[in-house]
Design a protein around this ligand. Structure first.
Ligand SMILES: [Zn+2]
Ligand SMILES: [Zn+2]
Ligand SMILES: [Zn+2]
Ligand SMILES: [Zn+2]
Length: 347
């Protein structure tokens, strides 16, 4: 496959042109910029645009909601840095003029687009620096040979996306072959531990539930994902075979009896399904596991085993740092957090 395959899949705009990113060798800044200036040439939705005008929002221009949003964004910043951070995150109004490439207009967006006397297209909108990454193009920039558009062009990205989807489809069909692990697609021998889901396959309609290697971390990961994003998503009460709602902490104090060493935040609701030894669910008892949308709260073991080493200590049973709480469904929350972080269709 083309060496550009993966990078262009990550920044592929075939499904949403807003996800498009010009190729690395077309960019002035390695990771894009939060702000742009008048005169900059930028890549946006497969086309090259010139920044015609930038107007920072003045305080009087901010709606109450925008003001609130900005205050929220800077609330965790120390007092001396707050004003500066506020300015850095202040939204600005940007006016772009079309230079070259396709015009990808979304439904309902047309009122924001203008045609100037000489026929040039212009669009203007508000940009929030914490949300938007601008791709400033090199000048001259690399173009495709098929259309002369900034590289990679829409048609190329569509081809890459179609090839990817076909490969995925082939992969899904392969997961339903008997005697094969649905994650690594390798044959399963009699000696290997396996996990088979009882319901019909979610990958291939009509096929029996997939089987995974239960003793391999990677394959367990595939089974966990199948369960959390498929089985559990459609029926939260289904009996779990590859996941536990809690995080399993390992107490590090020497001489811990084996029945106390392992401590799951789910307590009596622990399913015991934490994967093979060394799978990522084993968390040392001194680790703070931050939970999403749960300000300052972290998951911790249920008791303090007494482990101390330098400044690290078992954090079980500690209620002193305030605002923390035991979270029986910590692993479920973390999973949700990661899934959102990955951003939808990106693989
Ligand atoms: Zn092209
Ligand atoms: Zn496998
Ligand atoms: Zn401990
Ligand atoms: Zn558990």
């Amino acid at each position: 496959m083309d060496p550009d395959y993966l990078p262009s899949l990550r920044h592929n705009g075939a499904l949403d042109p807003n996800n498009w990113q010009p190729s690395r060798d077309n960019l002035r800044d390695d990771f894009g910029a939060r702000r742009v200036e008048e005169g900059d040439l930028v890549g946006w939705r497969y086309a090259a645009w010139r920044v015609h005008e930038i107007r920072p929002y003045l305080d009087v221009d901010l709606t109450d909601r925008q003001r609130e949003r900005l205050d929220e964004l800077v609330q965790n910043v120390t007092d001396d840095a707050r004003t500066q951070e506020f300015e850095r995150l202040r939204p600005f109004h940007v006016v772009l003029r079309h230079v070259a490439g396709p015009l990808a207009i979304k439904e309902g967006e047309a009122p924001g687009w203008k045609r100037l006397h000489d026929g040039t297209r212009e669009i203007s909108f508000t940009s929030w620096p914490h949300r938007t990454r601008w791709y400033r193009l090199r000048d001259p920039y690399k173009t495709c040979s098929c259309h002369g558009h900034p590289w990679p062009c829409q048609e190329y990205d569509q081809k890459v996306m179609t090839a990817h989807q076909m490969r995925e489809m082939d992969r899904l069909v392969a997961t339903a072959q008997p005697g094969v692990c649905a994650h690594c697609l390798e044959p399963i021998s009699n000696r290997q531990k396996t996990l088979t889901f009882p319901e019909e396959s979610r990958f291939v309609p009509g096929a029996p539930g997939p089987t995974f290697h239960a003793g391999r971390g990677e394959c367990w990961g595939g089974a966990e994902r199948y369960e959390r994003e498929g089985r559990l998503a459609s029926n939260p009460d289904v009996v779990r075979l590859a996941s536990c709602p809690g995080i399993r902490f390992i107490h590090e104090q020497l001489g811990m009896p084996s029945d106390k060493r392992i401590d799951c935040t789910a307590g009596p609701f622990c399913t015991g399904q934490h994967g093979p030894a060394g799978y990522r669910s084993d968390t040392p008892c001194y680790s703070h596991v931050q939970l999403a949308g749960n300000d300052g709260a972290y998951a911790r073991p249920t008791f303090d085993c007494g482990y101390r080493r330098g400044d690290i200590a078992c954090i079980g049973g500690d209620m002193s740092s305030g605002g923390t709480s035991l979270s029986p469904t910590a692993a479920d929350q973390l999973w949700e957090q990661r899934r959102r972080g990955a951003g939808g269709w990106i693989v």
